[in-house]
Design a binder for this molecule. Structure first.
Ligand code: ADP
Ligand code: MG
Length: 253
């Protein structure tokens, strides 16, 4: 079966800085991959490249078999138009550390905005879907609340529902619980655990090693813009091969 993600030798510079230095990674459909690593190691940049919030400057990425960002003509590659990139970006939903909900819209409006304006779905259908998603994240009673009236954990669960409303093929999470008070982390992780059980393909950048151990099929350790090592969580988190991985895990635990 075609992998959901194939990243091949991806590099990304910011001026002289090499944020990604030859990252290769495959993610199968339905797989949950956690990416761990120190601050500045390129984790966010990698997710942003997968979602085309950044353009890569070396290597290639395929999402569900489709080369992203470029169109091949003979042996030449041509950059895609903004419109084509916008279409490709719909394949992946992204959940950020800061929830980025629209503050002037209710919870329900936040969730149906994309489906109605981007996907042109009939409003009644979008609302019915949104209510099912609110049920799924345990916040049916908050449909008419504004983001400022919700806790950080509730806002993040709404952000997840909003991403799911676009029916993405995979979800990318960038430290989704890092901005939350500790007592609010569990509810967000529970929603993510349910999504994983439901077969959603997920790449999760996180420092929650307990979550990685329990939910991930694979854990990837990044440092200095590279994948240093990867493996099943039991192996990578308990008996890492590289000294850098050992140091990092010891520091996070
Ligand atoms: P992580 O998410 O692992 O903490 P990032 O991907 O955010 O790491 O950053 C990797 C490196 O790229 C860091 O050195 C960071 O400062 C740099 N970087 C990230 N985004 C930008 C940007 N837009 N402009 C310049 N440098 C950036
Ligand atoms: Mg980051």
């Amino acid at each position: 079966m075609t992998p959901m993600i194939v990243a091949l030798d991806v590099s990304k510079h910011f001026g002289p800085l090499k944020a990604l230095d030859g990252v290769s990674l495959e993610v199968a459909r339905g797989e949950v991959v956690c990416i761990i690593g120190p601050s500045g190691s390129g984790k966010s940049t990698f997710l942003r490249c997968l979602n085309q919030l950044e353009r890569i400057d070396g290597g290639a990425i395929w999402v569900n078999g489709e080369l992203i960002g470029y169109r091949r003509e003979g042996d030449r590659l041509h950059p895609l138009s903004d419109r084509e990139i916008a279409r490709q970006r719909l394949a992946s939903g992204m959940v950020f550390q800061r929830f980025n909900l629209f503050g002037h819209m209710t919870v329900l409006q936040n969730i149906i905005e994309g489906p109605v304006t981007v996907l042109r779905r009939p409003r009644a259908e979008a609302i019915a879907d949104a209510m099912a998603l609110l049920e799924q994240v345990g916040l049916s009673d908050k449909r008419d609340s504004y983001p400022a009236e919700l806790s950080g954990g509730q806002q993040q669960r709404i952000a997840i529902a909003r991403a799911l409303a676009m029916k993405p093929e995979l979800l990318l999470f960038d430290e989704p619980t890092s901005a939350l008070d500790p007592e609010l982390v569990g509810d967000v992780l529970a929603v993510m655990r349910d999504l994983a059980k439901g077969g959603m393909t997920m790449i999760v950048v996180t420092h929650e090693l307990g979550f990685a151990r329990e939910v991930a099929n694979r854990v990837v350790f990044m440092d200095n813009g590279r994948v240093v090592e990867q493996g099943p969580p039991g192996t990578l988190l308990s008996t890492p091969t590289h000294a850098r991985t050992r140091e990092f895990i010891a520091a996070v635990l």
